[in-house]
Design a protein around this ligand. Structure first.
Ligand SMILES: [Ca+2]
Ligand SMILES: [Ca+2]
Length: 319
């Protein structure tokens, strides 16, 4: 009996040790797929761990990286400088696409995030006829991106019912297509330190069409249609259509913006803009992070000797 007990005890100890080891195992690293060029082409063998159009060559395109990442279930895709005018992308896995907003441009493709799929994209810009547009049926996270669609029948971001999008430090604009908004949301949309904008001579041009739940903080929306956004504070609009009622919200704001048609498409702020230094440090995330162009916040943009954060995607430099 004693021997059996000892064996049981040993087995139990082994089980506990085994369970502990399993619990302490380091997480399996996310595969990193480095794109090697701006061309297009499908992955030769999705799921083999190699992103390559041609077997054994290692020629990894953005399309091939998405193919391979979807097959692996997850991946981080690194984009070198260049313009990616590639066929449409369909994300079914858990993918992160990482670029440099100053040098990585997407053009003329639809990026569709399928139900259950998740795409985190950071550091890209697009200002093309028609540009890149995102159709979100799963989850989309956008950071430090400038997404401009020009004469497009597609919004820059189109969140479908059941879809979710979180947008940080980014700009979304629709140019010369008054009947299509910059962003349409029929699911869940969260905006932080971002701008939704329409550039059109028609004063009734659509900007944000919200048919779902939109929550906004520290952001600029130049016009709202549908259900007004829920405010977490420090939002601004040049008119009253967004019906802001949160702390620090600015209705009828003098934006004081000048559009910069450079890469990336962005804007500058006058020192007297209502957006400048409107958010105290410690409020609405002010005190950490960087603006669309990667500049640290906060900066004393109005010259009063106190550094505070600017509403929107751009932090006005000092002076
Ligand atoms: Ca492969
Ligand atoms: Ca500032």
């Amino acid at each position: 009996m004693v021997t059996v007990s000892r064996r049981c005890a040993a087995a139990l100890v082994a089980l506990v040790v085994s369970a502990t080891l399993v619990g302490c195992d380091p997480a399996v690293p996310v595969p990193v797929l480095a794109v090697t060029g701006t061309g297009s082409g499908a992955d030769a063998s999705p799921g083999d761990g190699a992103c390559e159009v041609t077997p054994g060559v290692g020629d990894c395109t953005l399309n091939a990286a998405v193919d391979e990442g979807n097959a692996l279930g997850r991946a981080t895709i690194i984009l070198p400088a260049g313009t990616y005018d590639t066929p449409n992308l369909h994300v079914t896995g858990d993918l992160a696409i990482v670029g440099d907003v100053n040098t990585v441009q997407l053009a003329n493709q639809e990026v569709r995030v399928a139900p259950g799929g998740r795409l985190s994209i950071s550091g890209v810009h697009s200002a093309y006829i028609t540009g890149v547009h995102f159709v979100v049926e799963g989850t989309l996270i956008v950071d430090h991106a400038s997404l401009v669609v020009i004469e497009s029948v597609w919004p820059a971001i189109d969140v479908r019912p059941g879809g979710r999008a979180v947008v940080n430090d980014s700009l979304m604009a629709q140019v010369f297509m008054f009947s299509t908004p910059a962003v349409r949301n029929a699911g869940t949309l969260v905006l932080r330190h971002s701008v939704v904008y329409a550039f059109d001579t028609d004063p009734n041009a659509l900007v944000l069409v919200n048919e779902g739940t939109t929550t906004s903080a520290a952001s600029v929306i130049t016009g709202c249609s549908g259900t007004p956004p829920e405010s977490l504070g420090y939002n601004a609009s040049p008119g009253g259509t967004c019906a802001w009622t949160g702390p620090g919200d600015v209705v009828d704001a003098d934006l004081g913006t000048t559009i910069e048609l450079s890469s990336p498409f962005h804007y500058t702020l006058t020192a007297t803009s209502d957006l400048v230094d409107a958010i105290p440090v410690g409020v609405a995330g002010c005190g950490t992070g960087t603006d669309l162009l990667g500049r640290m916040r906060p900066v004393d943009g109005d010259g009063d000797g106190v550094a505070a954060c600017d509403i929107g995607a751009i932090e006005r430099p000092a002076g």
